[in-house]
Design a protein around this ligand. Structure first.
Ligand SMILES: Cc1cc2nc3c(=O)[nH]c(=O)nc-3n(C[C@H](O)[C@H](O)[C@H](O)COP(=O)(O)OP(=O)(O)OC[C@H]3O[C@@H](n4cnc5c(N)ncnc54)[C@H](O)[C@@H]3O)c2cc1C
Length: 209
C-alpha cells in the first residue's frame, strides 16, 4: 500500500515512447506487515509467473490488432500511390511485403488461439505462450516496418500513426521476457522433449498433424 515508509519514487523514467508511469524506485529499510503480504515469503516470483501466462497473451492480442492496422494501412496505401508507371499494389516487391505480412499475421493469430485453447482447458500452456509471445512481438515490428516502407516518407512522418506504433512496438521484444530468454526456454523444452521421448513433437504444440 503506497505511500509507505521506506519506499521512495526517485523519478519517472522517460522512454522511447514518452512517459509511461514507470519509475525508478528506492526501497530502504522497508517493513511490511504480515497482513500486507501476498502469498508466502520468498514466493513473489511464483505469483509473477502465474500472472505472466495469460498476461502475455493479452499483450499478443493487442499487438495483433496493431499489426492488422499496419497491414490495412499498407494495402490501402499501395492501392492509392502511383509511382514508376503503376500502382504500388501492382509491383511484385510490394506484393511480397503484403504476402509476408499476411502469412505472419495468420501464424500469429493461430499461435495465440492455440495457447488460449490450452489455458482454457487447464493444460500446461507455458511453451505455447512463450512461443506465441516471441513470435507475435517480432511479427509486429516487421509488419509495422514494412508498412512504413510502403508509405515512404509519409510513413516516417508523424502524419500517420505508424511512427508512434513503431516506437511502441520495440518494447514488445523485451517486456514480459526478452526474446533471447524465451528462445533459451523454447530450446530447453525442445531438447528435453527429444531426450525424454526421442521426438521433438511435444515441443511444437503437440498438435495432431
Ligand atoms: C515501458 C515498459 C513497461 C514494461 N512493463 C513490463 C511489464 O509489465 N511486465 C514485464 O515483465 N516487463 C515489463 N517491462 C520489461 C522489464 O522492465 C525489463 O525491461 C525486462 O524484464 C528485461 O530486463 P532488463 O531491462 O533488466 O534487461 P536485462 O535483463 O539487462 O537484459 C538485457 C538484454 O540482455 C539479453 N539477455 C538477458 N538475459 C539473457 C539470457 N538468459 N540469454 C541471452 N540473452 C539474454 C537480452 O537481449 C535482453 O534484452 C517493461 C519495460 C518497459 C520499457
Amino acid at each position: 500500500d503506497l505511500p509507505h515508509e521506506g519506499w521512495t519514487e526517485v523519478r519517472e523514467v522517460e522512454t522511447m515512447h514518452g512517459g509511461t508511469g514507470h519509475s525508478e524506485i528506492l526501497i530502504e529499510e522497508m517493513r511490511v506487515n504480515k497482513t500486507q503480504m501476498l502469498g508466502g515469503r520468498g514466493q513473489g516470483h511464483l505469483l509473477g509467473q502465474y500472472r505472466l501466462g495469460p498476461a502475455r497473451l493479452a499483450h499478443c492480442m493487442r499487438w495483433i490488432a496493431q499489426a492488422e492496422t499496419a497491414l490495412d494501412m499498407m494495402v490501402d496505401r499501395s492501392l492509392n500511390r502511383f509511382a514508376h508507371g503503376s500502382l504500388l499494389a501492382e509491383k511484385q516487391g510490394i506484393q511480397w511485403m503484403i504476402a509476408d505480412s499476411t502469412m505472419e499475421l495468420y501464424q500469429a493469430k493461430l499461435m495465440v488461439l492455440h495457447a488460449a485453447y490450452k489455458i482454457d482447458r487447464k493444460e500446461d500452456f507455458k511453451a505455447e505462450v512463450s512461443m506465441a509471445k516471441h513470435f507475435v512481438a517480432n511479427m509486429l515490428g516487421r509488419i509495422i516496418d514494412r508498412s512504413i516502407q510502403v508509405h515512404g516518407a509519409l510513413g516516417y512522418s508523424t502524419d500517420t500513426p505508424l511512427a508512434n506504433m513503431y516506437q511502441h512496438a520495440r518494447w514488445a521484444r523485451f517486456a514480459d521476457g526478452a526474446d533471447e530468454v524465451h528462445q533459451m526456454r523454447i530450446a530447453q523444452r525442445t531438447i528435453a522433449a527429444w531426450t525424454d521421448n526421442g521426438s521433438t513433437r511435444s515441443a511444437t504444440g503437440d498438435l495432431p498433424i
